[in-house]
Design a protein around this ligand. Structure first.
Ligand code: PLP
Length: 410
């Protein structure tokens, strides 16, 4: 064995020792059956399961209009785009998707990336090229993709305590009033399910002449009259300079984007390596995403959003009634606090093997150590039977493992 193999083994052993070595759960979703799926165990045997931790929040990944649009584009044009956006990879499907997204957010333009991770990383790291001396103020709980973009761009950054407006104000006030500034934050923080104070941050941005960058990844499709997110719901969308979203969660397909002024999009398009030097989305993916965005803007979307919130409320009420330590900030995300990685993995394993319920344990570095949790994502396709089975299983497990039934958090 070489010293390189030893180093690899040691790095993996550290994860095993901490109880946070991640294992994939192999599942097969069947179209029209989600959240039901089949799990193939490592030994090849299979079990029917219900997925409770997916981010296909509204079940759009199996929606007939989305699938029809994807089939039509696939038949019309074939599989891949065959190029980067600048070199033969811009098609009518990409243009149509960007027009749909610009309209969704009431912005002049939108720009599609391979994922919202890449959109965050590429945009945030490129802004410093456009605005020399830019200072970025970043919420302490921002997603890894934003942290990476801020870090890779180099230059000055200030991390403000999560959702702490007084701290943000203090940091803004301490810097040169003439320096260009940008505040980067999220509308819904996906691990606790709490909301960012969009209005108040926009007020501060106005006061200190800063730009705003808002990640709406866990809100697009699900909040606001047309599904444009929490900023739309709160009447703040026009005050946000750059909105980031995903096409892979509530929209059920794949890809990410930013929406902003035509000038801003033109500059990012022209400078961001993460946009320029990679093949564009397959046209069928762009077509499916556009169909999903279009559908969720309308009446059908409003109905799904209402059902989604209802299912989340029912699940939270029932878990709280059992005294389970759920974190409730009023969003659609339902985290149950466990507090250590070993218990968290054990509960997840027991739910899967004994109850056919699939919820992945959430460990460090996704959440801070000591706050390990199970994170449930109810959706309109999780009916009363699925909710009943989950609640009964959680009740039984909490008793079996003699875990605390604390007051619900928040
Ligand atoms: N932003 C946030 C807040 C996220 O939680 C995620 C993904 O989990 C992303 C961005 C990246 O989204 P995508 O899966 O489209 O890359």
């Amino acid at each position: 064995m070489t010293r390189y193999d030893d180093a690899i083994d040691a790095s993996l052993q550290r994860l095993h020792d901490e109880g946070r070595y991640r294992t994939f759960i192999d599942i097969a979703r069947a179209k029209g059956q989600f959240p039901h799926a089949v799990w193939t165990r490592p030994d090849g045997t299979q079990k029917d399961i219900t997925v409770w931790c997916g981010n296909d929040y509204l079940g759009m990944g199996q929606h007939p209009e989305v699938l029809a649009a994807m089939h039509a584009a696939l038949e019309a044009t074939g599989a891949g785009s065959g190029g980067t956006r600048n070199i033969s990879g811009t098609t009518v499907w990409h243009k149509a998707l960007e027009a749909e997204l610009a309209d969704l957010h009431g912005k002049e333009a939108a720009l599609v990336f391979t994922s919202a991770y890449i959109a965050n990383d590429a945009t945030l790291s490129t802004l410093r090229t456009i605005f020399p001396g830019l200072i970025i103020y970043s919420d302490a709980l921002n997603h890894a993709s934003m942290i990476e973009g801020v870090r890779r761009g180099g230059g000055a950054k200030r991390i403000f305590r999560h959702n702490d407006l007084a701290h943000l104000r203090e940091l803004l006030a301490a810097d040169d009033p003439a320096a260009p500034k940008l505040i980067a934050f999220e509308s819904i923080y996906s691990m606790d399910g709490d909301f960012g104070p969009i209005r108040e941050i926009c007020d501060l941005a106005q006061e200190f002449d800063a730009l705003t960058y808002l990640d709406e990844v866990h809100a697009v499709g699900m909040y606001g009259p047309r599904g444009a997110g929490v900023a739309e719901r709160d009447g703040q969308m026009g005050r946000v300079d750059i909105i980031n979203g995903t096409l892979a969660k509530a929209y059920g397909v794949f890809g990410g984007y930013i929406a902003a002024s035509a000038r801003m999009v033109d500059a990012i398009r022209s400078y961001a390596p993460g946009f320029i030097f990679t093949t564009s989305l397959p046209p069928a993916v762009a077509a499916g995403a556009a169909a999903s965005v279009r559908f969720l803007k309308g009446e059908g979307g409003r109905a799904l959003r209402a059902q989604h919130q209802t299912q989340a409320r029912i699940l939270k009420t029932r878990l709280k009634a059992l005294g389970l330590p759920i974190i409730d900030h009023g969003s659609h995300i339902v985290p149950v606090h466990v507090g250590d990685p070993v218990h968290c993995k054990m509960l997840s394993d027991m739910l899967l093997e004994d109850h056919g319920i699939y919820v992945q344990p959430i460990n460090f570095p996704t959440v801070p150590r000591g706050t390990e949790r199970l994170r449930f994502t109810p959706s309109p396709v999780h009916g009363p039977d699925e909710i009943d089975r989950l609640v009964r299983a959680m009740d039984a497990l909490w008793a079996q493992c003699a875990l605390n039934r604390a007051e619900a958090v928040a």
